[in-house]
Design a binder for this molecule. Structure first.
Ligand code: MF3
Ligand code: CO
Length: 255
């Protein structure tokens, strides 16, 4: 593993701005997602919001990817490519969005229910949110990276869900993906010690069935091997001297 960058005050201020725009975009997509629209239509709304804030959709151009967002439905875990697919009543829609502003990135994702979903599906989404929250809670100076991974895995598995093992969270800054890799499974006390100024994109993916995944022939879309539902929640988080600061929470009152 390479060096984990520690951001200075000025960089943190820029990352707050990138995070705020990321959060605003995801919040907007949450409000706009509905039955009968295509994933390409949803993506376009996200791209316009990002550009209207003087930022760039950082996913465009990343390893040849051509869209502002990834939109993954039901058994799709992540990296669904926006296109002609129609969103239906009862779907769960995972939206992942990344932004670059003044040279710094923000990255956030969430899974939204469309219309009425079953109790089991609701539980999956609740546990996905709670697993992310539990991971973030461990993102404290003096803790170890493994404390984050452990907290996520424990919560998910205790509640009967599996965590995807082959995809990771990551450090974030000037680049969308920086060191370290952040697995969503592991042991307490493992890995590097966390320092104030580190910025981490923590992103658990939970499945109803097996943790195993596969990539479709389009080269991007990741699905569960057994076809069961999957959810994805991600925040960009700053490690501080005190409580972790979530950079990708949007509030109207903050400027
Ligand atoms: N948001 C993803 C991540 O967290 C990256 C998406 S891949 C891209 O790692 F090609 F769409 F950028
Ligand atoms: Co990410």
């Amino acid at each position: 593993m390479g060096l984990i960058k520690v951001k200075n005050r000025d960089e943190i201020e820029l990352m707050r701005e990138a995070g705020r725009i990321t959060a605003e975009a995801l919040n907007c997509l949450k409000a706009e997602v509905r039955e009968g629209m295509t994933t390409a239509e949803l993506d376009k709304i996200g791209e316009e919001l990002i550009r209207s804030r003087g930022a760039e959709p950082v996913f465009i151009g990343y390893r040849g990817y051509r869209h502002a967002t990834c939109i993954s439905i039901n058994n799709e875990v992540v990296h669904g490519i926006p296109g002609d697919k129609l969103i239906k009543n009862g779907d769960i829609v995972s939206v992942d969005v990344g932004v670059k502003k003044n040279g710094y990135c923000g990255d956030s994702a969430a899974t939204f229910p469309v219309g009425k979903v079953t109790g089991k599906t609701e539980k999956l989404l609740r546990l996905g949110r709670e697993a992310l929250k539990a991971g973030i809670k461990q993102a404290r100076a003096g803790n170890y990276l493994g404390d984050i991974s452990f907290a996520i895995q424990q919560l998910a598995e205790k509640n009967g869900f599996s965590v995807v093992r082959d995809l990771y969270g990551h450090g974030i800054g000037r680049d969308l993906h920086e060191d370290p890799l952040i697995p969503n499974y592991g042991s307490r006390g493992e890995g590097p010690k966390l320092l104030p100024g580190m910025v981490l994109a923590i992103e658990p993916m939970l499945n109803i069935g097996s943790w195993k995944i596969k990539t479709l022939a389009d080269g991007w879309t990741v699905v569960t091997s057994d076809g069961t539902l999957s959810c994805h929640f991600e925040h960009t988080v700053l490690v501080t001297e005190k409580d972790p600061e979530i950079l990708t929470i949007w509030s109207k009152t903050k400027t």
